[in-house]
Write a protein that binds this ligand. Structure first.
Ligand code: PA5
Length: 448
């Protein structure tokens, strides 16, 4: 067992033997080395590799000070962003938050809500309505500074903040996280004198959770970002280029999924038995989907939250088309204890569970499901975290990033670009008559 998180691939060996996985050792180690040497594809986007180690206590303090200043002004902070400028903060926040936070009367920290991750008019209308009784501030995040969804949401929120507080005060309630020099958001932030944080040039959106993209909203929510970073730092050491393949958890995971993909397994389902991890799965889907899904290749990343989805997707996983891998994130120790009591009448027939903790029932559901799915032809990879806290979540995020870099290189693609994301944007701009897209718009309308 790795001392941070445990990766167990024993239950894939019916699909691909250990010898096949071990035969990838050289390839995966070489891929890991390329991430450090910078001689692979997309090598101008490798800033995330050494990012945890480069974060200084001073940087963390600066982020915390800015968060504290927003906290002192606002009861609700709207974090505006999409994709990599949204999912990391959302994932960690959900993992670390009380599931019923909104029912607790007393809020020590501002409530964090998100916008700019969709173009739903109802969403933005309902957000503006819900914000009315509260003091508000916003953190607007866009690396390119030109992404339509957050730009639209931010234009609306900016107007709302200026209307309420005036332009001068608005500039204290808005913080921008964007490129050092380029993009409309940088121009706007300079002009309006917003406080800003920089997303390094060499860190792509989906690898940016440990930059101010993730750290600032999380600090504002009261998350211990120093611990998050410490977990990532320790995982960076545990997955370094000098760590032997057998001891490197990211290498083992990358090798296992590479071996399975080459054997014909095309879909990987990330599963967890704790709903707090639902957005870790969403973050993971972006990470792997954008990094590997190109050139007609790549595992399709999907996710389920169990046991809920055993009552929906469970049927397919057990008996549908056999091209699935299931990767389960297990948590060894829940934060709280709830024991199922005995009942004198036992009308529900559950006295066989009396005295057991709910987590024990959950654990047996997990083991039973794993064996059933393996028997049904779904290879299982198990990733175990001792518990959910900032340290282990930070470690988990970096673990996945590193494995993604390695398996992307093993696949032969550039894991750090996302050229396919542009296609919908071009059509949307054309249909909206953005200057420069008129002819394309005409062509598209003919097809409708
Ligand atoms: O991973 C990526 O680079 C993308 O998904 C981006 O994060 C997303 O498109 C948002 O981009 P931006 O931060 O430039 O607004």
């Amino acid at each position: 067992m790795n001392n941070i998180i445990d990766v167990n691939i024993d239950k894939i060996y019916e699909a691909v033997p250990a010898s096949t996985v071990n035969a990838l050792k050289g390839e995966i180690e070489a891929a890991n080395k390329m991430l450090y040497d910078g001689n692979g594809k997309g090598n101008d986007f490798l800033g995330w590799v050494g990012l945890p180690q480069s974060i200084t206590p001073e940087e963390i303090d600066t982020i915390k000070k800015c968060a504290a200043s927003l906290d002192s002004l606002a009861e609700v902070i709207v974090v505006v962003g999409i994709g990599g400028s949204y999912l990391g903060a959302k994932a960690v926040l959900e993992a670390m938050s009380d599931s019923f936070q909104l029912l607790h009367k007393k809020q020590d920290k501002p409530i964090i809500v998100f916008a700019g991750q969709n173009l739903s008019e109802d969403y933005i209308y309902e957000l503006l309505a819900a914000l009315q009784p509260y003091k508000i501030a916003t953190i607007v995040i866009s690396k390119s500074g030109t992404t339509t969804e957050p730009a639209v949401a931010f234009r609306i929120l900016k107007k709302e903040i200026e209307k309420r507080y005036g332009k001068e005060e608005a500039s204290k309630r808005i913080v921008a996280v964007t490129d050092m020099a380029k993009g409309a958001l940088r121009t706007l932030a300079t002009q309006e004198r917003y406080a800003t944080f920089v997303i390094p040039d060499n860190v792509g959106g989906r690898f940016s959770v440990l930059t101010p993209v993730g750290l600032l909203p999380l600090a504002a929510a009261g998350i211990n970002i120093a611990e998050l970073v410490r977990g990532a730092q320790d995982m960076a050491k545990a997955t370094g280029p000098d760590v032997p393949f057998e001891k490197n958890p990211s290498a083992i995971y990358a090798a296992a999924r590479t071996a399975l993909y080459r054997k014909g397994y095309k879909i990987e389902i990330l599963a967890s038995y704790n709903p707090k991890l639902q957005y870790v799965s969403e973050w993971w889907k972006q990470l792997y989907g954008e990094s590997e899904g190109k050139e007609g290749q790549g595992i399709f990343p999907a996710s389920v939250t169990l046991t809920a989805d055993l009552h929906s997707m469970g049927q397919y996983i057990q008996q549908g088309e056999r091209s699935l891998i299931e990767t389960v994130i297990s948590i060894s120790k829940p934060a709280h204890s709830v024991v199922i009591e005995s009942d004198a009448e036992n009308l529900d027939g559950l006295n066989f569970l009396a005295g057991k903790r709910v987590s024990e029932v959950n654990r047996m559901a997990e083991i039973g499901t794993m064996l059933a799915h393996v028997d049904g032809g779904v290879p299982n990879i198990s990733i175990t975290l001792p518990e959910i806290n900032e340290y282990y979540i930070g470690a988990l995020l970096y673990f996945f990033e590193k494995a993604c870099g390695m398996s992307g290189y093993a696949l032969g693609v550039n894991p750090f670009d996302q050229p396919g994301v542009e296609a919908y944007k071009k059509n949307m701009f054309a249909l909206l008559n953005k200057p420069g897209y008129e002819a394309a718009g005409e062509e598209l309308r003919k097809r409708l």
